[in-house]
Design a protein around this ligand. Structure first.
Ligand code: LRH
Length: 499
């Protein structure tokens, strides 16, 4: 008994997916969500001269293909939602046409701008007014890079659309701004809940380009006439979901009430906890935590951790060297490698950029007087152990900041398919890890669609549906003598002072 079908697009930095989600009505009022993958495609960054871009039109085509495939497979969605990585955007001119190719957040044009903007407006003020940890890719630095480059695009731009809003616009012709993405820009003031126009003016960023945000769970509108005709899908409506992928994933954490800790695990690792108000203290700034707007009027106090990006880049390099190693094989080799031989600080700035990851890891080990990894299993072990230790550090910092004690950690997202990482994490934090669901962003995306059309009353009820629909795997910590405590002490000495 299918109550309703939703279509979710979840675009990550490496790949995009489309899933159909069917809400099944069972007996005695019970309900379940069933999700089916209908399309999957790579998302490859394109280097153009000095700049790194997204191939936005290719992504638009893949979304259209997703709508077609979904219907061909017999699903009849009435709404769709798009979530993507944070911070990036496109600009529209007065005729509503896209101005150029959106920049990729790893484009180096923001190098050095954190310091420059801090000198202008003050790090303390910027944190109080944005609630975000200072990351070079935050939209504020990207726009300032364009201001500094004298970009003519800024002169003729009339509307700024963040990536999910841009894709929704290309499908519907409707310009909108979804709130959770807006809070990743550092140009949105979370305490006052409005755009920070004075900051934009000080930095020379045109403030008229920004639209008023709408909450996740808002219906945006129908496909444009031309797209509806092209796809023969006249009834499909766009919903502004938690369009920031991280926020969609958090909406799907199978916990009830507040006070839990989570880790969204993918290219990035986002470790956090849910609050009702932003925490904008000096301590939160110094420990480098962000306050991002979440689904259901929440604030997510979280730390961006470099994540599986480091391993993904290593794999890319091995492949270039002619050695293609699957994640399963890599995990096996890592398992056989010697424990704690080499440890890195995953958030060391050198690991952010693309390329030469193996060399950078070796360099870090040499600088800290450790033996460097020699083969893929050792590299993988080094990265996974270091991430797990970083998670412990962030979890403890979060306890210090909030005064909460966390009984364990919910892990969600594609990264939990790496069972070794889940196991290591449980051991590093000496607490249980509850892993699942894998498709958290997709599921959270659908939940906001169900909230928009009234099948779910609120976030709590939506999370109940996740609990009732998807299995959760528990990982227990290894025995105390397994070496994690000593490893943590060693690791902590390599990291930056507090963050
Ligand atoms: C994860 C993510 C993260 C952002 C980064 C740019 O996909 O959205 O939350 O900070 O990408």
């Amino acid at each position: 008994n299918i109550a309703r079908t939703a279509l979710a697009f979840d675009l990550g930095a490496g790949s995009g997916r489309a899933f159909a989600g069917r809400l099944i009505q069972g007996e005695g009022g019970s309900r379940k969500l069933e999700v089916t993958e209908v399309h999957r495609f790579p998302n490859e960054a394109v280097q153009v001269g000095e700049h790194l871009h997204w191939d936005i039109l290719r992504l638009l085509n893949e979304l259209k293909k997703g709508i077609r495939l979904c219907r061909q497979m017999g699903f009849e969605p009435t709404t769709f939602g798009i979530d993507t990585w944070g911070v990036d955007f496109g600009l529209l001119d007065a005729n509503g046409e896209l101005l150029g190719n959106p920049y990729h957040y790893r484009d180096p044009h923001t190098d050095g701008l954190i310091e420059e903007i801090h000198a202008l407006v003050g790090a303390e003020a910027l944190y109080r007014e944005s609630g975000l940890q200072f990351m070079p890719f935050n939209t504020v630095y990207q726009l300032y890079a364009m201001v500094k480059a004298g970009s003519p695009k800024l002169e003729i731009a009339r509307t700024l659309l963040l990536t999910p809003d841009l894709l929704t616009y290309l499908l519907t012709g409707i310009r909108s701004c979804e709130y959770t993405m807006a809070t990743t820009t550092a140009l949105f003031d979370p305490a006052r809940r409005e755009w920070n126009k004075p900051l934009m003016e000080r930095l020379g960023i045109p403030s008229e380009m920004f639209l008023n945000p709408v909450s996740p769970g808002t219906i945006v509108g129908s496909l444009s006439e031309s797209v509806a005709r092209e796809l023969n899908a006249p009834k499909l409506q766009a919903v502004a979901v938690g369009t920031h992928d991280t926020e969609s994933a958090i909406a799907a954490v199978p916990a009830q009430g507040g006070g839990f800790a989570y880790l969204v695990c993918g290219t990035w690792s986002l470790l956090g906890t849910e609050l009702l108000e932003p925490l904008l203290t000096d301590e939160a700034r110094e420990l480098e935590f962000s306050n991002e707007g979440g689904v259901g009027d929440t604030f997510q106090l979280l730390k961006n951790i470099m994540g599986l990006w480091i391993l993904q880049e290593c794999r890319r390099e091995w492949e270039e060297l002619g050695e293609r190693i699957g994640y399963a094989e890599l995990a096996e080799r890592a398992e056989r490698a010697e424990p704690f031989r080499s440890l890195i600080h995953p958030d060391d700035a050198r690991f952010f950029g693309q390329g030469d990851m193996l060399g950078r890891i070796r360099e870090f080990c040499e600088e800290t007087g450790q033996l460097a990894p020699r083969e893929p299993g050792e590299y993988a072990r080094c990265i996974l152990e270091s991430l797990a230790l970083r998670y412990r550090q962030a979890l403890e910092q979060m306890e210090k900041l909030t005064g909460a004690g966390f009984a364990g950690l919910h892990m969600v997202g594609g990264g939990i398919q790496n069972k070794l990482l889940c196991r290591f994490t449980a051991s590093a934090i000496a607490r249980p890890v509850w892993a699942g669901p894998v498709e958290a962003s997709v599921i959270g995306n659908m939940l906001a669609q169900f909230i928009a059309t009234g099948e779910c009353r609120d976030l709590d009820e939506a999370r109940r549906l996740v609990l009732d629909s998807f299995p959760i795997e528990t990982y227990a910590a290894e025995a105390a003598e397994s070496g994690w405590v000593e490893a943590y002490e060693r690791y902590a000495a390599y990291g930056r002072a507090n963050a």
